[in-house]
Write a protein that binds this ligand. Structure first.
Ligand code: ADP
Length: 262
């Protein structure tokens, strides 16, 4: 036979239970809000390129297909809309894998400077188009081994360097620096002397679909998911990503990684 609880004890139990439940309900409501907001944003993002493609295809079918002055241009514009949709689906696919924890990390040792050099080489054409220089910070060239998922960290660097290229003005410079920290970590920082981000936007730019300047982001082909992907990948490694930015001066995105044995 269990000892009888006093009325006071029972009341405390009920109170504790009510607090637990109300915390759970608040969490569910928050998740539900996020889900609704995500779907609304997604529908909005899909509309623009779909309407673009639909508009050009209709105009072509209405007769523009026979006009040699415009038919090629309209087809090209429709293709751009399709490219945007492909990019968006790729980004969404990646983010949903990361968020559902399906994305397994395949860690290995590699030299982080070499990975950045590979990315620079792949993006060389884009950089040349805008006469943007991509550099390794002086004094930080000596190879440092890290232990991480190489493909995913490559994605992080691509996203950061591509952003600097997309938003950077003609002739600006992108510099990546590498710093060994005490507790067996390495700090990697991708900096640009581009337009910078206004103070009020900085705390939110890692959120899905958040942009400091919506129309500019669309113009340069952004999906609003690049930095959310960066944050997920770095956090999946148990590390952190930070940003410092000043309007008219530039931006620096930094992240830590575990140092590997050399
Ligand atoms: P997007 O696809 O719009 O580039 P991101 O998630 O990669 O989405 O970036 C979010 C927003 O942060 C961008 O829309 C842009 O306003 C801002 N941003 C990111 N990187 C830079 C940068 N290097 N310079 C200026 N603004 C940036």
């Amino acid at each position: 036979i269990l000892p009888q609880k006093s009325i006071d004890e029972v009341r405390k139990d009920v109170e504790r239970w009510a607090i637990e439940k109300s915390d759970e309900i608040a969490l569910l409501q928050k998740n539900e809000r996020f889900r609704k907001e995500f779907l609304m944003n997604l529908a909005h993002e899909l509309r623009t390129p779909i309407f673009t493609v639909q508009g050009y295809v209709h105009t072509l079918l209405d007769g523009a297909i026979d006009d040699p002055n415009v038919n090629r241009k309209f087809l090209n514009n429709a293709t751009k809309g399709i490219q945007r949709l492909v990019q968006l689906t790729d980004d969404l696919n990646q983010i949903s894998k990361l968020e559902s924890g399906q994305a397994q990390l395949e860690t290995s040792y590699f030299v982080i400077q070499d990975l950045v050099k590979d990315v620079y080489e792949e993006l060389m054409l884009k950089a040349k188009e805008k006469s943007i220089e991509m550099l390794i910070k002086k004094g930080t060239e000596a190879g440092i081994y890290v232990m991480a998922d190489k493909e995913k960290i490559k994605q992080v660097i691509v996203n950061l360097v591509e952003n600097a290229l997309k938003y950077g003005n003609t002739g600006c410079t992108i510099t990546t620096g590498f710093y060994q920290m005490d507790e067996g970590r390495v700090y990697i920082e991708v900096s640009d002397d581009g337009p910078g981000i206004a103070e009020q936007h900085v705390p939110r730019i890692f959120e899905r679909f958040y942009r400091a300047d919506r129309s500019r982001s669309r113009d340069v082909g952004g999906t609003g998911l690049g930095l959310a992907i960066v944050k997920h990948i770095i956090e999946a490694h148990g590390e952190t990503v930070t940003v410092r930015s000043k309007l008219g001066v530039g931006s620096s995105f930094g992240f830590t990684l575990e140092k590997g044995k050399s």
